[in-house]
Design a protein around this ligand. Structure first.
Ligand SMILES: NC(=O)c1ccc[n+]([C@@H]2O[C@H](COP(=O)([O-])OP(=O)(O)OC[C@H]3O[C@@H](n4cnc5c(N)ncnc54)[C@H](O)[C@@H]3O)[C@@H](O)[C@H]2O)c1
Length: 267
């Protein structure tokens, strides 16, 4: 039954992030958030969705009256359902790398303008994004460097890179952010988020290093220009492709959205 005070969230994807969000909503009633529905493509994962919340077809999503839909699935889900959702409701996307597709980005921006709906991109693993945005008019170069153990990288979209044979710290990519997004779409959402908020996908520099000695994820951001410099480093232990800090940060972004405090990027 609908509790009118609670914010209702529709989830696309019930993997690590989706199920963690559900657990946190259940464990912390003070959050005042509940699931409106869960849409999950994988039947095994879908079997774990709590009773009554499983959505069979995204076309039916609005019937469940979500205040916000959160995509926590895959860039393909943003391509398939992004505009469908934004026609009627606000959407937060975690698979930000989907916006490498300039046509999709422009379709989303136009739809938001037309319908008055909003796309939210949480800062996620990009700590200190406010400082980077504050200095936008001075930065000449903005670089994000990610270092991970190759076992925490997903090489499916880059079969030409022999991930399993990396024995020492190796630079896998160094160039414009737009170029890295199709290669490691599940790992470099932080690159896309930073680039969209900073100098854009073509002028922001991305570096990816695979290091078999690393037991944590390391992200550094360097912004330089006009004698100013910001250097940010974030380290966290990692399981699969998503670390605990990231999940906590998504929850904070949800609180910000519903509390109408500052959000990271809207259109
Ligand atoms: N923006 C960020 O800061 C950030 C941080 C971490 C992860 N991510 C991204 O968030 C997404 C989810 O991460 P995760 O760790 O929960 O991944 P996960 O693999 O644990 O879970 C993803 C779930 O989505 C389902 N799914 C995939 N395609 C789907 C589709 N088209 N429709 C419905 N369900 C679909 C999968 O079956 C799976 O259950 C990934 O794209 C990941 O790269 C973003």
């Amino acid at each position: 039954m609908r509790n009118n005070n609670r914010k209702r969230i529709g989830l696309i994807g019930f993997g690590q992030i989706g199920s963690s969000l559900h657990e946190m909503f259940e464990a912390q009633p003070d959050l005042n958030m509940e699931l409106a529905f869960v849409y999950e493509a994988n039947p095994e994962r879908a079997a774990k969705i709590p009773k009554g919340l499983r959505l069979e077809a995204m076309e039916q999503f609005a019937l469940h009256q979500p205040d916000l839909v959160v995509e926590a699935a895959h860039p393909e889900a943003v391509r398939r359902y992004g505009t469908l959702v934004l026609r009627e409701r606000d959407l937060m996307i975690l698979s930000v790398s989907a916006l490498v597709d300039a046509e999709l980005e422009s379709a989303i921006r136009n739809l938001c303008r037309e319908k008055g709906t909003r796309l939210f991109i949480p800062h996620g693993a990009v700590s200190g994004l406010d400082g980077i945005k504050d200095g936008l008019s001075v930065w000449e170069q903005v670089t994000i460097t990610m270092k991970k153990n190759p076992r925490n990288l997903n090489f499916d979209a880059a079969p030409h890179i022999p991930g399993g044979r990396i024995t020492k710290a190796t630079v896998l990519y160094d160039g414009p952010t737009r170029g890295i997004l199709p290669l490691f779409p599940k790992n470099v959402n932080s690159h896309a988020t930073l680039a969209l908020a900073a100098l854009g996908l073509d002028r922001t520099r991305s570096v990816l290093v695979a290091d078999p000695e690393l037991e944590e994820s390391v992200i550094t951001i360097d912004a330089v220009g006009g004698g100013n410099r910001i250097h940010i480093e974030r380290r966290n232990p990692i399981k699969g492709v998503t670390g605990k800090l990231t999940i906590l940060s998504i929850l904070e972004s949800l609180k910000n959205i519903f509390g109408s405090r500052e959000v990271i990027l809207t259109c």
